[in-house]
Design a protein around this ligand. Structure first.
Ligand SMILES: O=C(O)C(=O)C[C@]1(C(=O)O)C=C[C@@H](O)C=C1
Length: 130
C-alpha cells in the first residue's frame, strides 16, 4: 500500500490482531510485539503505572501547599522552569521523545498548579487559632 491507496481506503480503526502492514527501513529496528493488540496491552500496563505515579505526585504537590504563603508562591515560576529543564534532560538520557515529555509536563504542571491553588485557598494560616 502507498500513500495514494491509503488515502482512498475507508476510514476504519486498525485491525488489532492482523499482521504488520508497514515496516521500518532501518535494518537495526527490532520489533517488540507480534500484533497491535500486544502493543496495546503493554501501553495499557504502562498507563496504569503512569496514573499511579501521577496520584503519588499529586499527593506531594498537595503537601507543598502547606509551605506557601500566597498564589505566587503556589505558582513558583522559577521551580516550574527547573522542572521542565530537568525532565527535558531526563528525556534525552532515557531516549524519550523530548517534545512529548515537554508537552506532557507543561500540561501536568498547569493541572497541578490549578489543584494546588484550589487546595491553598481552602487552607488557613499555620499560626491561626482554630
Ligand atoms: O515544587 C513546588 O513548589 C510544587 O508545588 C510542585 C510543582 C510541580 O507540579 O512540580 C507545582 C507547582 C509549582 O508551579 C511548581 C512545581
Amino acid at each position: 500500500m502507498n500513500d495514494t491507496t491509503s488515502a482512498l481506503s475507508p476510514r476504519e480503526e486498525p485491525e488489532a490482531h492482523g499482521a504488520p502492514l508497514r515496516r521500518f527501513t532501518d535494518p537495526s529496528y527490532v520489533p517488540l510485539c507480534a500484533s497491535l493488540a500486544e502493543v496495546r496491552e503493554h501501553i495499557d500496563a504502562i498507563d496504569q503505572q503512569i496514573v499511579a505515579l501521577l496520584a503519588e505526585r499529586g499527593r506531594y504537590v498537595k503537601d507543598a501547599a502547606r509551605f506557601k504563603r500566597d498564589a505566587f508562591q503556589v505558582s513558583a515560576p522559577q521551580r516550574q522552569l527547573e522542572v521542565i529543564e530537568k525532565v527535558k534532560a531526563l528525556a534525552k538520557k532515557e531516549g524519550a521523545y523530548p517534545e512529548v515529555v515537554e508537552a506532557c509536563y507543561l500540561a501536568l504542571i498547569e493541572g497541578f498548579i490549578a489543584r494546588e491553588q484550589q487546595d491553598h485557598q481552602g487552607m488557613i494560616d499555620a499560626e491561626a487559632q482554630p
